[in-house]
Design a protein around this ligand. Structure first.
Ligand code: GLU
Length: 506
């Protein structure tokens, strides 16, 4: 346990965080909690061209919904702030200048055309083999350089990548990854508008914020070579964080990276909470679909991490206990929406009954139905095995409380028999005389009635459900009738007779 363990989630506010980003945040959170360290939110908003209004707020609200609360963040502050890179601009240039002074970086004054020529026509990159042919502080005379600076000529600061070296990164997930510096370009550290690049700001901040572990998506693995070179250039080799690059989240088909377009194509959410794009397009999130935050956490934890046993259901505390970087899988993790739903179902199935009852009471009240505690309890008992989302409790049980129900049109169209109406008239008379209204007595009465009337349970039971709540499927019929109560049961029969008496069997 160490207070000096520090992990950060460092999203760029360039749009909605999708579930890959949430998973990254979760793994950082789990490890920070497991090691007794700090979980930090840092907003990497230096690229103003990609900045999207509202994206930071979205990130904060998404983490809040999932209960992944940072110990330090732009909102909470902390000893290493500010936590928004746009508020740390003064720091980055100073560090870049330090590298220039130490001969590890240099000023470059090349025009965009010259860079274009190098890349497209010569098919080369700005590196050890080409830098001496370009216009930079390495090729200019002292006087030329001094003049360029005096004139404030547009320039960038580039990292001077050493020649003929190997960069070795020990990634906790990938093992040893090697890069040859001959393949690496002299990355821009400070852009011509004075802004730092991702690489520069990311490394400087990781060091200044004393980050000990960097857990991030696989797509950042190639950048790590430059990051390691930066640590070396600053003389910070010994303080390099441990790196762990997470496997991709794959499309449900298993081929290719999951994208937000897949959500639209396959019909499932990819964002944690409702997101409205600047062009107005709305994407309902997992929250709006009805997912429980705890179920989401459990699902995402297992999307790329393997506890080493068959166990699938974990509370957040249990995940913290079981989590380790070593058990993160190396290959991509396929996004399985059915599995995600299964987790939600399991959470509702095992949720604390009293809590569920209160939520149901609140939900129904919000929709205009005041329930007694006993009614809410019965709804939990009758429906908890049948719901996938919390909102299903209302959808499935509303039929008991509405003044009238809409009978399943498809069922009526396919199954209706004109014999039903006289049968229900008989039932109305018979049931009016039933005194005890408990499920066991009702079972005896209903079966006896069906026997006399010569209708098979297979036809009669679904019919009764349709009469009562509109749908032919549902929980135990006799518990349903008991729950509905005599008065309403008789009312539903009367309503059904009234609205179907003129209907001819098809
Ligand atoms: N700002 C980067 C992103 O948006 C952070 C990558 C990292 O964690 O280093 O994912």
């Amino acid at each position: 346990m160490s207070d000096s363990v520090r992990l950060r989630f460092a999203p760029s506010p360039t749009g909605a965080l999708h579930i890959g980003g949430i998973r990254t945040a979760l793994y950082n959170f789990l490890l920070a909690r497991k090691l007794g360290g700090k979980f930090i939110l840092r907003i990497e908003d230096t690229d103003r061209t990609r900045y999207v209004e509202g994206a930071e707020d979205y990130i904060v609200r998404s983490l809040e919904w999932l209960g992944l609360l940072p110990d330090e963040s732009p909102q909470r502050g902390g000893p290493f702030g500010p936590y928004r890179q746009s508020e740390r601009m003064h720091i980055y240039r100073q560090y870049a200048e330090q590298l220039v002074a130490a001969g590890k970086a240099y000023y470059a004054f090349d025009t965009p055309e010259a860079i274009e020529q190098l890349r497209s026509r010569d098919n080369r990159q700005y590196d050890a083999t080409t830098r001496m042919k370009m216009v930079n502080s390495l090729t200019m005379t002292e006087a030329e350089w001094a003049e360029a600076r005096k004139d404030n000529r547009p320039h960038v600061i580039r990292l001077k990548v050493p020649e003929g070296e190997k960069v070795v990164i020990r990634d906790v997930i990938r093992g040893e990854v090697q890069f040859d510096t001959s393949t690496l370009d002299d990355k821009v550290l400070i852009k011509s508008d004075g802004m730092p690049t991702y690489h520069m700001a990311n490394v400087v901040d990781d060091r200044l914020m004393q980050i000990t572990h960097v857990i991030r998506g696989d797509e950042w693995l190639p950048s790590t070579a430059h990051h390691a070179l930066l640590y070396a250039a600053f003389g910070w080799e010994d303080q390099m964080p441990a790196f762990a690059h997470l496997p991709l989240i794959l499309k449900p088909t298993g081929n290719g990276k999951l994208s937000k377009r897949d959500g639209v194509q396959f019909g499932f959410p990819v964002f944690p909470i409702d997101w409205q794009q600047p062009d107005g397009t709305r994407f309902p999130g997992f929250r709006e679909w009805g997912f429980e935050p705890d179920a989401m956490i459990n699902f995402l934890a297992l999307l790329g991490w393997n506890p080493g046993t068959d166990r699938e259901l974990f509370s957040l505390e249990e995940l913290i206990g079981a989590f380790s970087l070593e058990k993160i899988v190396k290959s991509g993790a396929r996004f399985d929406f059915e599995k995600c739903k299964w987790f939600n179902q399991q959470y509702l199935l095992h949720a604390d009954a009293a809590t569920l009852c209160h939520r149901i009471e609140r939900d129904f009240a919000h929709r205009g139905f005041e329930l007694t505690e006993a009614q809410a309890e019965t709804i939990v008992q009758l429906y908890r095995e049948r719901v996938v989302y919390f909102k299903d409790f209302f959808e499935q049980a509303a039929g008991y409380f509405l003044p009238a129900v809409q009978c399943d049109a498809g069922y009526i169209e396919k199954r209706f028999r004109s014999g039903w109406v006289p049968l229900l008239v008989q039932l109305q008379v018979g049931a009016a005389a039933w005194a005890n209204w408990d499920p066991a007595t009702l079972e005896g009465n209903v079966k006896e009635f069906a026997g006399h009337a010569g209708i098979k349970p297979g036809e009669f039971f679904p019919l009764l459900r349709v009469v009562m709540v509109g749908s032919p499927t549902g929980p135990d019929l006799f518990r349903m009738i008991a729950f509905m109560g005599k008065e309403r049961f008789l009312l539903r029969i009367a309503q059904f007779i009234e609205s179907h008496k003129d209907l001819q069997a098809g």
